[in-house]
Design a protein around this ligand. Structure first.
Ligand SMILES: Cc1cc2nc3c(=O)[nH]c(=O)nc-3n(C[C@H](O)[C@H](O)[C@H](O)COP(=O)(O)O)c2cc1C
Length: 353
């Protein structure tokens, strides 16, 4: 069997539930888990343009039926660092890029084009690692160069390009904020963008700040492209309330994707089952212990009754997947590989029937 596979086609973004880009968290295991639970498509964590440009593509055969395509970059001490990973278990994947430079953005898109379903430009991240490079929310305040970056991305690929941004602050009674929202939208549409995600908070807001879903309504009604609502969607009721306030039919889940029920499934999924899926996917992708523990810990939030404190403490001491599997009763790494190998055999025989 060939180690190569085609990325899935991107959705049209007009409806659905999307896994948000989240640094460290929206890595391959979480994207696979969200896909298995029904996510329409998943965004990657933000990947800085120059990191992708410097990376080298390789295909790693894990000893499971799912070889991992990965883009590796070495830090100044020569240590390998994964810029992007994907495999055949992945659903539609939107590669989010951090860029403030049209030439770099072009190179980054060209580099990974064959392995992703679509691209997104991050215009909403307000942490210093983005803003110091004039990326993230800073892109909201320089529409001319943001347009140049988006146009460069659109030129560099035949796949859809999307953008994720925030609401402009309402700074006076003349609705300056709303006018600027519409100017950003027009800029994105003119650049050829196929969908816009709006995190319904202001540029300087923290994640605990109030969300303003009602502000999305005017943007959605003015838009010729789908508007994906994001921010504060932690429960099913939040999605309904956001839909009522904004009229949006596409929703992006960030912290809610790790919550006690499966937000993608739109039906309760046992919390332990979610963690077991995340563990399996982490083993299959052979991610670093650091990433596996980070994601499992994220999943523990809201499941305190299901995962006692001593198990959470024990997890921190684990040095291998076998140890994690023993602490959480999920089986060894070899058990996971066997399970997925037999799944693959069943799929192959069904396909040939
Ligand atoms: C751990 C974490 C990492 C994040 N990293 C990114 C990122 O890489 N790119 C991005 O556009 N937003 C990032 N965000 C913001 C989320 O995509 C989302 O806009 C924000 O959390 C609001 O959604 P929520 O209220 O549902 O969590 C991150 C959020 C979290 C919690």
């Amino acid at each position: 069997m060939s180690d190569e596979f085609e990325p899935k086609a991107a959705p049209n973004f007009a409806e659905g539930l999307y896994l948000a880009p989240m640094v460290r968290a929206s890595t391959l295991p979480m994207r696979i888990t969200a896909t298995q639970l029904g996510a329409t498509a998943c965004f990657t964590d933000v990947i800085i343009d120059q990191k992708l440009m410097k990376s080298k593509r390789q295909v790693r055969n894990n000893g499971t039926p799912y070889p991992i395509v990965e883009y590796i970059v070495h830090d100044s001490s020569g240590n390998p660092n994964t810029a992007f990973q994907t495999c055949a278990l992945e659903g539609p994947v939107i590669c989010q890029i951090g860029s403030a430079n049209d030439v770099y953005a072009t190179s980054a898109v060209t580099k990974v084009d064959r392995d992703v379903s679509a691209f997104d430009l991050n215009c909403g991240c307000n942490v210093s690692f983005s803003t110091k490079g004039d990326m993230g929310v800073n892109r909201m305040f320089d529409l001319e160069s943001t347009s140049a970056v988006l146009k460069a991305m659109v030129r560099a690929t035949n796949k859809p390009v999307t953008v994720k941004t925030r609401l402009y602050h309402e700074i006076d009674p003349d609705n300056v904020g709303q006018r600027r929202d519409l100017e950003f939208l027009a800029m994105a549409e003119q650049a050829g963008v196929k969908a816009i995600t709006i995190h319904a908070r202001y540029p300087k807001d923290s994640r605990s700040a109030a969300v303003h879903w009602e502000r999305l309504r005017l943007i959605r009604e003015s838009a010729n492209i789908p508007v994906i609502a994001n921010g504060g969607l932690m429960t099913e009721d939040d999605i309904t309330a956001c839909q009522d306030a904004s009229g949006c039919t596409s929703f992006m889940l960030a912290r809610g994707a790790f919550s006690g029920i499966s937000m993608f499934h739109r039906a309760p999924v046992d919390g332990i089952d979610f963690l077991a899926k995340l563990y399996d996917a982490s083993v299959l992708c052979n991610v670093s212990m650091k990433n596996a523990k980070y994601n499992l810990n994220f999943g523990f939030k809201g499941r305190k009754a299901l995962v006692p404190t001593e198990k959470r403490v024990a997890l921190q001491l684990c040095k291998s997947f076998d140890e994690i599997g023993a602490v959480l009763n999920f089986g060894s790494a070899a058990d996971v590989a066997r399970r997925y190998s037999s799944d693959m055999e069943t799929k192959r025989s069904n396909d040939s029937d």
